[in-house]
Design a protein around this ligand. Structure first.
Ligand SMILES: Nc1ncnc2c1ncn2[C@@H]1O[C@H](COP(=O)(O)OP(=O)(O)O)[C@@H](O)[C@H]1O
Ligand SMILES: [Mg+2]
Length: 661
């Protein structure tokens, strides 16, 4: 079908395509044709009128824009209210009233300006959105207009960064360093251009979340980040907290539970942080993969070093597979070295390596630099280090070596090479004791310097008793494929049987979910274990809240009960946002109608004409598995159309709801 046909089809005029084509009329020319000219082409009166009406609905520009393959998302395009999960951060300057009474208005304005600039910069770094400046308060959204799978975490990291660095805002000599308070809350809100129009419009948010964030902010100590339960439950073990208990909050009848975030947790990795050992679902399937890993481990132990690359989309079970291997070889002598690449440190050289060293050395939050240096010394001494070895690593960890080690005068390039040597020597020293299991998690986020080092390690382990495992998402092109000691494992989605087994393991024996519900979860999750887990938990929660308690009620109302759980909401919304505004709008309308909807129905209710509708529908192709062909290259993964529809069902605002606000 060519563009012309695609445009004509929804108007019921597909049969005109050959005629127009025969006269070299394309979509660019079409709006310029008069009725007389159309008549000359042999079009009936009805056809002419229909065509002209459709053409008139489009400006010339929008017609050609509609013809170009991809709609470009822009903030201004995203209009009309929508419901979505948002993490809202509210920050406020400490002591600004006192400052106002002491300082010139001019100076005060300068200070506030510098402060706002700093906030905007940090927020931008985590891809948040400054919604509003209210004097010295700043209202920030994470998850809008662009959602990310980790918006909650982004908000908390941005908050911590601000609290840690706000004192660096440069001020006149006689002004105390600035301090701020930060409150963060997460919730489903209605967001849209409810306030004003045009460039300067604020993106108004309706719902209690911004309000709660502002109230929590007021409870925070200077330079502290305080989070609500909604936020806390979604980021769990990623951070360390001080439980502030349940506090009275203005406007809330019941006391509200609050936590202060102390900093990123020492938990070894994201997987552990988000999956405490007690909550891990027993492994389902993956027997062959485990077998392969065990065989490689046996070879590695004999000195024939091995590398296994584990590739797969998010949530498919890469980390779980590696955890399963570790469980299986638990009793054997081994040294484990684990490196976690992080989306937040892709431009921080050697981040996974340094973080591993800090963990291995046993640094704790309140160690003085001298104590840390001592610990580092002990750690590195296993490899009988050269004099400058410790100094080089200490420098990487920003530890002042004082006069303990002789100064060196290496060029940056030389220093890097030397540092790599130190780290490789360290590995060689370790393998003298026992075999080593090295795990590099989420290599798609690796920083370039660590990548270079990993290249060297992969070469080096070939003749060492080391099994090196690296996990990554499909978009990462591993440069190591083809070496004799490198094997690749691609994790596929679970089949229906394993999917059902997983539902049952998550649900436990006593839940008694009906077969229908199990089938529905399996079908919807489409073999991605993360989805299976989250959807199952959502169903169990819905069941628990159900007065009847009987699971039969679930099958009676399967759709709302199987809504999108908060933990997945962001992940799916992020996908939807990436499609651009037009497909998203259609998905929202479609989702309000039902999981399957006809083109005609959509055409009748969508505020778009046929051409626009068709273009918008392209990426949402409602054929089953249409998304698989969508080639969402950035993420290298695809979702079923109905998952998108679900996320948009949640975000779509029905007329009734809109009226309520
Ligand atoms: N084969 C499996 N059996 C049981 N649970 C699994 C399996 N694969 C994945 N999971 C669970 O699904 C979730 C996502 O898996 P994870 O290993 O974190 O994915 P990835 O590392 O690929 O992003 C985790 O909670 C994990 O425990
Ligand atoms: Mg993982």
């Amino acid at each position: 079908m060519d563009e012309m046909e695609r445009w004509l089809a929804p108007l019921g005029l597909a049969q005109l395509a050959p005629v127009l084509r025969a006269h070299d009329v394309d979509l660019e020319i079409l709006p310029e044709l008069s009725e007389a000219e159309l008549e000359k082409l042999g079009l009936s009166l009805g056809q002419r009128k229909k065509l002209l009406k459709a053409v008139a609905g489009l400006s010339h520009q929008s017609l050609s824009a509609a013809c170009s393959a991809k709609p470009t998302p822009s903030l201004n395009d995203v209009s009309s209210a929508e419901r979505r999960q948002l993490t809202v951060m509210f920050c406020d300057l400490v002591g600004s009233t006192a400052m106002a009474s002491r300082l010139d208005p001019e100076d005060l304005r300068e200070i506030i300006g510098a402060y706002q600039k700093r906030v905007a910069k940090v927020v931008a770094r985590y891809d948040g959105f400054v919604a509003k400046y209210m004097g010295d308060g700043v209202l920030v959204y994470f998850g809008y207009p662009q959602a990310h799978e980790d918006d909650v975490e982004r908000a908390v990291r941005a908050g911590l960064k601000l609290a840690d660095t706000i004192h660096r805002v440069r001020l006149q000599a006689d002004v105390e360093p600035l301090q701020i308070r930060i409150g963060i809350a997460t919730g489903i809100v209605v967001v849209g251009d409810l306030v004003g129009f045009g460039e300067a419009q604020e993106r108004g948010v309706v719902g209690e979340t911004p309000n709660l964030a502002a109230r929590l902010q007021a409870l925070a100590e200077p330079n502290a980040v305080v989070v609500a339960a909604s936020t806390y439950h979604l980021i769990g073990g990623l951070f360390e907290y001080e439980d502030l208990g349940a506090l009275e909050v203005k406007g809330y009848a019941e006391p509200v539970r609050v936590w202060r975030v102390c900093g990123p947790s020492a938990a070894a990795g994201r997987y552990e942080a988000l999956h405490p050992a007690t909550a891990v679902t027993p492994l389902v399937g993956r027997e062959e993969e485990i077998e392969l890993l065990l065989r490689r481990w046996r070879r590695a132990k004999s000195g024939d070093g091995q590398v296994v690359l584990v590739s797969g989309e998010p949530g498919i079970g890469k980390s779980r597979l590696i955890a399963a291997l570790q469980e299986r070889i638990e009793g054997e002598p081994q040294t484990r070295l684990r490196y976690f690449c992080s989306p937040y440190h892709q431009d921080s050289a050697l981040h996974p390596i340094l973080e591993q060293l800090e963990r291995a050395a046993g640094f704790s939050r309140d160690d003085t630099p001298a104590i840390r240096l001592e610990k580092l010394d002990t750690l590195l001494s296993q490899a009988s280090p050269l004099d400058h070895d410790v100094a080089l690593v200490a420098e990487l960890l920003s530890l002042p070596v004082m006069d303990r080690y002789p100064p060196h005068a290496f060029t940056p390039q030389r220093k890097k090479e030397k540092t790599f040597e130190v780290l490789l020597r360290q590995l060689e020293a370790l393998v003298r004791w026992q075999p080593v299991l090295m795990i590099f998690e989420d290599v798609h986020w690796i920083d370039p310097t660590s990548h270079e080092l990993l290249d060297l390690i992969i070469e080096r382990v070939r003749h060492l008793p080391v099994l090196l495992l690296a996990t990554f998402r499909p978009e990462f092109p591993p440069p190591w494929i083809g070496r004799p000691h490198v094997t690749t494992v691609t994790l596929n989605r679970l089949d229906g049987r394993d999917g059902a087994a997983l539902v049952k393991r998550v649900a436990g024996s006593k839940s008694g979910l009906s077969g229908d519900i199990v089938d529905e979860i399996v079908e919807r999750a489409d073999g991605v274990p993360l989805f299976v887990e989250e959807l199952t938990k959502a169903v169990l929660e819905a069941d628990a809240h159900d007065d009847d308690g009987a699971s039969g009620t679930l099958s009676a109302v399967p759709r709302p009960a199987l809504g999108i759980p908060a933990t997945l909401h962001a992940l799916l919304m992020a996908r939807l946002d990436r499609l651009g505004p037009a497909p998203k709008e259609i998905a929202q309308i479609g989702a309000a109608v039902g999981r399957e909807f006809s083109y005609e129905l959509l055409a009748a209710i969508a505020p778009r004409n046929g051409m626009e509708l068709q273009t918008a529908l392209d990426p949402l192709d409602p054929r089953p598995r249409g998304f698989d062909e969508l080639g969402m290259a950035e993420e290298g993964q695809a979702f079923r159309g109905d998952q998108h529809l679900d996320a948009s069902r949640h975000s779509g605002l029905t007329a009734d709801q809109a009226g309520a606000f």
